[in-house]
Design a protein around this ligand. Structure first.
Ligand SMILES: [Fe+2]
Length: 252
């Protein structure tokens, strides 16, 4: 066996030690991901942000499979989100940041994570602030009410009456069938898929913070294809849940 004097030991171990130090953040992240990916977290154990993201990424990657089931995916996302540790510094830090901007008086968006397969965003509404009815072309969405209280309604396209694009702007009319009408409170979840409940509107009753996950995320094409709707106040004559609506290209 070779013999090493003290100086030689120190000389050879310092680079190695520095290497280990430099690798620690990566090792920690890999460890967290391994915990999330291999299911070693107990079902009722709150998930920290990194573990949550990796678990979502694992599920969101399945959107590329032919047999991807959006409703099943949303159930898994909802279960993961119910377990998310909302006091994680990433979330509390973002919530504090948007709280400070509240005075400016608009629905505030703060990206928490944006990947090719999905995006997580924090939204904040002031009292009575609303987002008009709009769709999410080709997207699946899950919304968690993290604080406050908000009224949300979802719709499905029942019938397209006119739909044309002039100078890149959508014009037309359609009938929308209301599929849900819910008052969301802290911890409640609302979902939509590319085929069901895809159109929604939100109006806050209190200062409200939402965390949403869209799969896939908005990109230039999906943003440009998004439609906004102006609904009649009352359902069509003879119906309780079908509304006439005018198509628009923007939220104004
Ligand atoms: Fe939306």
């Amino acid at each position: 066996m070779d013999e090493y004097d003290r100086r030689e030991f120190i000389k050879t171990s310092i680079p190695g030690f520095l290497g280990v130090l430099m690798s620690l953040p990566t090792l920690c992240a890999l460890g967290t991901r391994a915990n999330a990916c291999q299911g070693r977290l107990a079902a009722d154990q709150p998930m920290h942000w990194e573990a949550f993201l990796e678990a979502v990424a694992k599920e969101a990657a399945k959107q590329h499979l032919d047999n991807w089931q959006q409703e099943e995916y949303l159930k898994k996302l909802a279960a993961l989100t119910k377990n998310l540790y909302l006091e994680d510094p990433v979330i509390t830090g973002a919530m504090t940041k948007v709280s400070e901007r509240l005075k400016k008086g608009w629905v505030d968006f703060h990206d928490l994570e944006k990947r090719l397969d999905f995006a997580v965003c924090l939204l904040q509404f002031d009292v009575n602030e609303e987002i008009n009815p709009h769709n999410h072309p080709g997207m699946t969405g899950m919304i968690l009410c993290a604080s406050g209280e908000i009224h949300t309604k979802n719709y499905d396209l029942y019938k397209s009456i006119e739909d044309e694009t002039i100078n890149g702007k959508h014009h037309g009319k359609c009938l929308l069938k209301q599929s849900s009408d819910v008052e969301m409170k802290k911890g409640d979840i609302s979902t939509l898929t590319s085929k069901a409940r895809n159109i929604h509107t939100l109006k806050a009753k209190q200062v409200t913070q939402l965390i949403d996950i869209f799969t896939p995320p908005y990109n230039k094409e999906r943003s440009e294809n998004s439609l906004w709707y102006e609904l009649d106040e009352r359902p069509m004559l003879g119906s309780q849940n079908i509304y006439e609506a005018v198509l628009k290209s923007d939220r104004s």
